[in-house]
Each structure stands twice: as structure tokens, then as C-alpha cells.
Design a protein around this ligand. Structure first.
Ligand SMILES: [Zn+2]
Length: 557
């Protein structure tokens, strides 16, 4: 977690105090000092004039100016965004990262949690954040485009009034960003209630902006969002002898069950401008796809087109058989990864360069280390990262989601996360793996949170790391049973190999690849037990399979 516990806990405590220490008005007691109702009523003659829009400069007079793709103005109370006339109705990508978590119930830190193609749209004196419907499409400038455009609906993600007169030179306008982002944009309240059956709601009064950054192609906005409930519901009364309803446990990792804080990151970016050419999916390679309905022609039997997800790679030297790409795919190791595991993760990522060499790219994938004092954040859309997080009970999973341009399928960002328990799980002496002792709800994470509106839900699902943990537990126990020292060098190598494999698999997902379960059929059981074969060819044909630990039967090779 990026927020040191020593910092987060007092803050949680403070928020809980300020929220609940307010004196409550008791029912039946008169409200304090209410003025007589009629003193405030304006006489018909002195009706206040409708407020006039203030000049641009007045609104941002003492504000801190943060210049970038959009210029932000931060005053003591508010954050304003300047929108230029040419930025209205232009498509941008809104990327959500839930940067902190609860450590349980699917609410884990360092989570890519949704993306949406959006435009700022002016409707009279209101600016709407429109979630564009990119799924239905027809060639631009055709009659069919007109028909399709009116046949389906966009959605409104948020809206707010224009706060100022246009800027005298730039003709730009100002809006209050808080009116849009200091709301329950991710619909966390829905997932929180669905998970814990407690009606948590977004609490605007105790939510605020965190760090704000702006760059030429993206704006990075942090909010600290407070979710709260007045009190947890009582369990239902039961008829004697009746079984209690199966209710999920309340959150157990927060000091006060009524209050929780999430650090959310909104990355607003331009669409990738790389000259990427979309490619239709076919059955030969299992890619993740963006599915669109294309009404441009009726010669095909279906409107559905599937565009594969991949990064844009272009050879530096197009005539060379093997060339480095102009822009490599760079993965940053977050400074949260334990030092002793960084090499294994790096090796797992770089394994992919062998595959890229087969299609003519040299060093297509690069790995860099985020310094301890880095001034950038992994949630920044410009950085693809490998991140570590913790949970309790042990969540034991890793995840490799990615973000794509919805209209082309081009991948532009990926943040892989590993639960720290991945390296500790199997060192336990006793693993209760037999239901009901194992209590799956205790050990396995519920589905990791993703905003329900995200366009990319499918790319978030992978059970490999979780299943691989179970497999590794069994294998580790077996090896310990055969005399391996659980704290020794051989055990350490086991953990390193495990991480290398998971890293390669999750990176494969962020390169746009789905699972390849056929890959485990390349060897017969006898071949799989022959080190001469497996050391040369591996156990499966692809790291995108769920690869089990391969241990020879006693007396085997
Ligand atoms: Zn997977």
C-alpha cells in the first residue's frame, strides 16, 4: 500500500471521530435557534436577481494553477477545470484506479477499476460528462451513421453548471470538478452494499481532493472518498428454531465499521496517437477483444466486429529482420515489491522478448525500477506497472488487467498487482484444503472490484494465480514431506520460480492474450515426467495455460 499505515490509521480514526462526534438532534426536541420563518421570505418587490456569471479571472483569483492537457485551478475550497472550446465534444479516456483498499471483500489496493470514453458536452449552462456509446458504429459521413447515431443512447456520468463567463481571449470556461468527481462515480456504494449487506453511501462532506497533477497528454486527479453508514443493520428476528439467514460478515479490517476511506485516482487522458491499425480477431490466437457493432455495410451476415487487444509496436528499422521497436512496452516494478523478488518478476516479464523476436522485434518489452523517491504514481496512465498489495485474510491472487482504446483495441496502460501472500501462502505447515474446513469465502477473494460501467470487465478475470497458489501449496507440502527445508535455499528457489511463472502469465494478459488451455496437451504423462524433454520444451506449450507444479512420483526422475 502506498499510504504508510502510521498515516492512514490516525486519519481513519480522525474521520470516524469527526463524523460521529456531531451532536445528534433527538426526536421530539426543538431544533436549535430557528429564526421565525417569515423573516427570510423576500417581499415580491425585492426578488433577488438571478446570479450573474462571474468573470473567469475572479473565480480563479487566488488559485494554484496546474497546467496540462486540462488546466486545473485549486482554491482552498474547490478545484476548477478549464475547458477550451475545442475540448468540448472531443473524446477522452477516463481511467479509474482504486489505489487503496479494505484488504478484504474484493476491495484490494492498487486496482485498475474501470475506464470509459468520455466527452465534455455543453448543454445550455450545464457541462455534462457524457459516457460515449462507442459500441455502435457506422462509417463517418454516411447516411447510416445518422441512423445509427440516433438509434442508441450515451449515458451521463456527471454534470455541473458553468462557473464563469468565458475567458476573454481563450474563450474557455470553468467548471467545478468536485461536482463531478466528489460523488460516487465508481458506484462503490453498490458493490459495498452487495458485498457486506450494509447500506454504505458516499459522504461528500468528508470527501476531498488529494494530489492533482497535469501533463501535456493527461491529468491525474486523486480523491479521498469517504463511504459511511449511520449504523449497521440489525440481524433479523428469528422464529425459535429457524435457521439464521446467511449474511456475509461486516468489514473486519476497518477500525469503525461505519466509516471507510478510498483513495481513488482518475486519469483523464487523450486517446493514444500512435498510428495504430486495428486488427480483426480470428481463431488462431486467443486475444482479448473489443467487440463493436459496425453497421457500415450489410454484405456481412452480422454487425459484430471483434478487434483484438494489443500494443502498438513499430520497428525502428522496418527493413531489418530483427529490430527494436520505436516505442518498447515498458513495465515499471513498483517500489513496493520486496527486493528479493524483483529479479524473479523481471525475468518473468522479459520472458516475452523471446516471443516478440519471432515476429521481428528485439527488446520489445523492457523493465525499469521505480525509485523509492519517485515523484510519479503507478496509477498515472503513462506508466504500466507491477504492484504489490496486502489483504487479510490472505487474498492470494494476482491480476493482469489492461486498458484499451474502445474504438481500436489498442492497449495503452496495464497495472499488474500481486498480493503479498503469494510468497507466504505455501510456507504454512498446515493448509486446510478440504471443504468445509477450508471455508472458501475466507481464503478466496470475492470478485475484485471494477466499476460496473467499465467497458473492459472481461479483461479482469483470471483465476490462475489463485489456483496456482493451491497447486503450489500442495507441491510445497509434498516437497517438505520429502525433506525440503521450508526456509532453505530449495524452498526459496521454488518461490522464485513460482513468481516468475505468475509474472509471465499476468504480463501475457496485459499483452492482450487470453488463456491457452490447449497448451497443456503437448506432452503425454510419460513425456511430462522426462526432464530431458521438459527442460528443453517446458511442461506446456504456453505460459498462458494454468501450469501446475511438475513433481515426479517417488522413484521417478
Ligand atoms: Zn490467466
Amino acid at each position: 500500500m502506498r499510504y504508510p499505515k502510521a498515516f492512514l490509521f490516525p486519519m481513519l480514526f480522525l474521520f470516524a471521530l469527526t463524523l460521529f462526534a456531531q451532536p445528534q438532534q433527538q426526536p421530539g426536541q426543538p431544533a436549535q435557534k430557528t429564526e421565525p420563518a417569515d423573516t427570510k421570505k423576500p417581499a415580491p418587490s425585492d426578488k433577488p436577481e438571478p446570479p450573474k456569471d462571474k468573470p473567469f479571472a475572479d473565480i480563479v483569483k487566488d488559485a494554484q494553477v496546474i497546467k496540462g492537457l486540462f488546466t486545473l485551478y485549486r482554491t482552498e475550497e474547490k478545484v476548477f477545470v478549464e475547458i477550451l472550446p475545442e475540448q468540448l465534444d472531443k473524446m477522452y479516456l477516463l481511467n479509474l484506479t482504486v489505489d487503496s483498499g479494505l484488504g478484504e471483500g474484493g476491495f484490494y489496493a492498487a486496482a485498475m477499476a474501470g475506464e470509459a470514453p468520455i466527452v465534455f458536452h455543453k448543454q445550455g449552462k450545464i457541462i455534462q460528462l457524457l459516457f460515449k456509446n462507442t459500441r455502435f458504429f457506422a462509417k463517418e459521413g454516411t447516411p447510416m451513421q445518422r441512423a445509427v447515431a440516433r438509434s442508441f443512447s450515451d449515458s451521463i456520468l456527471g454534470s455541473t453548471k458553468i462557473e464563469s463567463l468565458p475567458h476573454p481571449e481563450r474563450k474557455s470556461i470553468l467548471i467545478d470538478l468536485g461536482a463531478i468527481l466528489l460523488t460516487d462515480v465508481p458506484l462503490l456504494s453498490y458493490d459495498l452494499e452487495a458485498t457486506f449487506r450494509i447500506p454504505y453511501r458516499f459522504d461528500q462532506k468528508n470527501s476531498a481532493f488529494g494530489t492533482l497533477k497535469a501533463f501535456p497528454h493527461n491529468v491525474e486527479v486523486e480523491t479521498v472518498a469517504h463511504y459511511a453508514t449511520e449504523r449497521p443493520p440489525l440481524p433479523p428476528l428469528l422464529v425459535p428454531g429457524a435457521l439464521p439467514p446467511s449474511l456475509p460478515p461486516p468489514p473486519r479490517n476497518i477500525p469503525d465499521v461505519r466509516s471507510m476511506l478510498f483513495h481513488l485516482r482518475y486519469s483523464l487522458s487523450e486517446r493514444p496517437q500512435t498510428g495504430y491499425r486495428p486488427r480483426l480477431a480470428d481463431d488462431r490466437v486467443g486475444h482479448f477483444v473489443n467487440s463493436i457493432e459496425d453497421y457500415s455495410e450489410d454484405a456481412r451476415y452480422t454487425t459484430t466486429k471483434r478487434l483484438i487487444n494489443r500494443w502498438h509496436l513499430e520497428k525502428q528499422d522496418p527493413s531489418a529482420a530483427l529490430s527494436p521497436p520505436k516505442q518498447p512496452i515498458v513495465f515499471w516494478l513498483e517500489n513496493t515489491i520486496p527486493l528479493k523478488y524483483r529479479d524473479a518478476i523481471r525475468d518473468g516479464i522479459l520472458m516475452w522478448n523471446k516471443a516478440f523476436e519471432r515476429i521481428g522485434f528485439q527488446n520489445a518489452v523492457q523493465v525499469k525500477q521505480q525509485p523509492d523517491d519517485a515523484d510519479w504514481d503507478p496509477a498515472d496512465v503513462r506508466y504500466s506497472t507491477i504492484r504489490w498489495f496486502a489483504g487479510y485474510p490472505d487474498p492470494g491472487f494476482a491480476q493482469g488487467p489492461s486498458r484499451t482504446d474502445p474504438e481500436t483495441g489498442e492497449i495503452y496502460d496495464a497495472d499488474i498487482r500481486f498480493s503479498e501472500s503469494m510468497t507466504r501462502f505455501f510456507r504454512r505447515e498446515v493448509n486446510e484444503q478440504i471443504y468445509p474446513l477450508a471455508m472458501p469465502s475466507e481464503y478466496s477473494p470475492t470478485r475484485a472490484f471494477v466499476a460496473p460501467w467499465s467497458v473492459a470487465n472481461s479483461r479482469y478475470q483470471c483465476d490462475f494465480a489463485e489456483g496456482a497458489v493451491r497447486d503450489a501449496e500442495f507441491a510445497f507440502d509434498l516437497l517438505v514431506g520429502r525433506g525440503m527445508d521450508p526456509q532453505g535455499a530449495e524452498a526459496e528457489k521454488f518461490v522464485q520460480d513460482f513468481l516468475r511463472e505468475i509474472a509471465a502469465h499476468e504480463v501475457g494478459h496485459t499483452l492482450g492474450l487470453r488463456h491457452n488451455f490447449r497448451a497443456s496437451t503437448i506432452h503425454s504423462l510419460d513425456q511430462a515426467q522426462d526432464p530431458a524433454i521438459t527442460s528443453r520444451e517446458g511442461l506446456t506449450g504456453s505460459v498462458m495455460d494454468y501450469i501446475p507444479t511438475n513433481i515426479a512420483a517417488r522413484g521417478g526422475k
